[in-house]
Design a protein around this ligand. Structure first.
Ligand code: NAD
Ligand code: ZN
Length: 251
């Protein structure tokens, strides 16, 4: 185990309340591209232009076309070792909550229980007017679909131009004000307001660890930055913590 990984294990052993904040980078090892990777889908479509509430209203066919492709990619994806390591750490009581910007549902599939989805879920659809949930199958069809109320159906994810679900963000800020250690995994921390959460943790003088391949705007404020693949780092940490029986008993 490398020294940064050993330092992560020490921070987790010393913590009484650790939360994990994840982004698209934790799911790249499951074959789901993040925004910045040179994958076909994100090259073909600019998410800032297509995955917006304005595109859904103005050009629903283009919007549906993009989400149908995104759903097809997501359908084959399974959790990877990073999701499983986070779930194992949750079962050991060493991760109290997982706050995710992802919409792929892979944390829950890996067995994490306290998952806060900041940007909704691609596993169901909803009406943009009455908000009633609908089967995600509606988005996979060729025609643009409407609810009984006449509203357009969209995947139940937060689109650019939409507010975050207030309850999810409230739960997340609750965790950010309760934790003594936040581990950010696979996020560029460029998307707001999710990136307010690590700022809250540092404002309270608590510890912040960033496990991310690329640089983030929070690297200089973090107590530890590990620029390695999430799967490798989290598996090593979970194995060490399992071997050590979880929480430190002596002080
Ligand atoms: P991002 O694309 O802005 O950043 C991802 C970061 O992860 C990058 O800095 C990259 O260097 C890093 N990374 C990639 N693979 C990694 C790995 N194996 N280990 C460690 N780090 C790795 O993603 P973001 O910060 O989540 O913000 C973008 C938005 O994209 C979010 O709103 C999210 O909802 C959405 N998104 C979600 C998914 C998904 O649900 N799987 C996929 C693409 C985009
Ligand atoms: Zn409706």
């Amino acid at each position: 185990m490398s020294e940064p990984e050993a330092q992560l294990v020490r921070l987790m052993r010393d913590s009484k309340y650790t939360v994990v904040l994840t982004g698209a980078g934790i799911s790249t090892e499951s074959g789901l591209p993040d925004f910045r990777s040179p994958s076909g889908l994100w090259k073909q479509y600019d998410p800032m232009k297509v995955a917006t509430i304005w595109t859904l209203r103005a050009d629903p066919e283009l919007f549906y076309d993009f989400y149908k492709k995104r759903l097809a990619i997501m359908e084959g994806a399974r959790p990877n070792q990073a999701h499983f390591a986070v779930a194992d750490l949750g079962k050991l009581g060493m991760v109290k909550a997982v706050i995710t910007q992802n919409i792929d549902g892979l944390h829950q599939e890996a067995g994490s229980s306290n998952v806060i989805e900041l940007h909704g879920s691609l596993r169901e659809a909803a009406c943009i007017d009455c908000r009633r949930p609908h089967d995600i199958g509606a988005i996979k069809l060729d025609q643009v679909r409407r609810c009984d109320c006449g509203g357009l159906l969209k995947p139940n994810v937060v689109l650019f131009g939409e507010q975050l679900p207030p309850d999810a963000f409230e739960l997340a800020t609750g965790e950010a004000t309760r934790c003594d250690l936040m581990i950010v995994v696979g996020s560029s921390l460029e998307v707001s307001p999710a990136n307010m959460l690590p700022a809250m943790v540092k404002a309270r003088g608590m510890k912040l660890v960033i496990v991310n391949l690329g640089e983030t705007g929070f690297d200089t404020r973090a107590d530890l930055v590990i620029r390695k693949k999430a799967g490798e780092v989290l598996t090593a940490a979970a194995e060490a913590l399992k071997r050590g029986g979880g929480r430190r008993t002596q002080t």
